[in-house]
Design a protein around this ligand. Structure first.
Ligand code: CTP
Ligand code: MG
Length: 387
């Protein structure tokens, strides 16, 4: 299905006020380019979308690399184009790259690197319900003064109906394109241009985290927000090894595999699930599978290893942690993981209740895995303190 939502992410500015060595969107924010952080929010949004990244002419290739890294499997939905000398020209270049099926457009500043995906969803939904322009807004909290010549205050502005606005700003595509086609003046945002050509615009609630990185001080603020976020993170690792047992059925990653040798073990020998349990337990500081469940415990003889995962997850959440993600690597000649990778990832993610990704490798004929004697699985888990 071709997406009917288009998201134009403008990243073609130079960032003169930030004053970095690279254009602003390519400046690192805690080790990750601003554009990459912004695109993470975009790709985490619910509705499938065509994403158009507008980059400086000199950085089109760099932007494409970043966008493909973030999109992963969804990279078919990405377009990267060169921007213009003003933000308005850059938006126009982005609009020109939208595919025919797109009927709703969001225009978003890459400089709003920490915009939560929920805001993107909120704006897209509101455009569809109202059939008009929608912008995120937050109330003005400071007192606002009107100041005349010589720095003399002339009065206090009633702020009760004032808001400051953010992006993404959303519009019915045809109406926004018509407005852009007839625009001659420069406007400070897309909603102003849209309204100047007769469009109706309403507001939805904005997000403090969607602030724009303009100056070095803003970049520091974004770093601090991310720092506070990583403070409660814990990683863990787990490894499990089982020998093949030709007479047993193969259960691996919670799936049954036909025509493959099974694994020897006290339970069903599911090395992937066991490695995941150890990764989760170690991250939470709860010991390991052996000490928690006891390999001699008759309750677990021949048990489906999903039982261990469920028990482990209960212990982990009881200790005050939530799973952020889990990564597994299988080291084995058999079975081949790639053909069932997406099925495995879906099964494991459902079981763990967080994204689980899985990869595999062989060892070039070396060692017990190379000789085809058994399987090793290595897992890492990331937890966050759920308080
Ligand atoms: N933008 C753009 N093309 C331009 C100017 C701006 O795509 N010719 C984008 C910026 O990359 C940014 C967003 O519009 O994501 C908001 O603009 P701003 O914060 O002003 O960024 P810069 O123009 O890069 O910064 P400065 O004004 O300090 O140079
Ligand atoms: Mg600018």
């Amino acid at each position: 299905m071709t997406p009917t939502l288009g998201i134009v992410v403008v990243a073609a500015g130079s960032g003169a006020r930030l004053g970095g060595a690279e254009p602003k969107a390519f400046v690192a924010l805690r080790g990750v380019p601003i554009l990459e952080r912004a695109l993470r929010g975009v790709f985490d949004s619910v509705e499938p979308a065509q994403v158009v990244v507008v980059a400086p002419e000199s950085h089109v290739k760099a932007a494409r690399t970043i966008a493909e890294r973030v999109a992963g499997g969804a990279s078919g939905a990405i377009t990267v184009v060169a921007g213009g000398s003003t933000r308005q020209a850059s938006v126009a270049a982005g609009l020109a790259a939208l595919s025919a099926e797109v009927d709703t457009v969001l225009v978003h500043d890459a400089a709003r690197a920490l915009t939560p995906s929920a805001l993107i969803d909120r704006v897209a939904r509101a455009v569809r319900t109202t059939g008009a322009g929608v912008i995120p807004a937050l109330p003005v909290t400071d007192t606002v003064k009107r100041v005349g010549p010589d720095a003399v205050v002339q009065g206090t502005v009633d702020r009760s109906d004032l808001v400051h606005v953010q992006t993404p700003q959303g519009f019915p595509r045809a109406d926004l394109e018509a407005a852009y086609a007839s625009a001659t003046d420069e406007h400070t945002d897309d909603a102003a241009l849209f309204a100047a050509h007769g469009g109706r615009v309403s507001v939805v609630e904005g997000e403090a985290r969607a602030f724009k990185i303009t100056t070095a001080w803003d970049l520091r603020r974004a770093e601090n927000v991310l720092g506070a976020q990583t403070a409660g993170l814990r990683t863990g690792v787990g490894i499990d090894v089982h020998a093949y047992d030709e007479t047993a059925p193969l259960w691996l990653g919670g799936l049954y595999w036909t025509d493959e040798p099974g694994l020897a073990g006290h339970s069903d020998g599911d090395a992937v699930l066991h490695a995941i349990c150890d990764a989760l337990l170690s991250a939470a500081g709860l010991g390991d599978l052996g000490s928690r469940f006891g390999t001699n415990d008759p309750r677990f003889a021949g048990a489906a290893s999903e039982v261990f995962v469920r028990e482990t997850l209960a212990l982990v959440s009881g200790a005050g942690f939530a799973v952020v993600n889990v990564v597994v690597q299988v080291v084995a000649v058999r079975p081949k993981i790639a053909p069932r990778r997406s099925e495995l990832e879906a099964r494991l993610s459902a079981l763990v209740g967080a994204p689980v990704t899985i990869g595999a490798t062989t060892t070039d004929g070396l060692g017990f895995t190379g000789r085809g004697e058994g399987i090793a699985a290595i897992a890492t888990a990331l937890l966050s303190a759920s308080a």
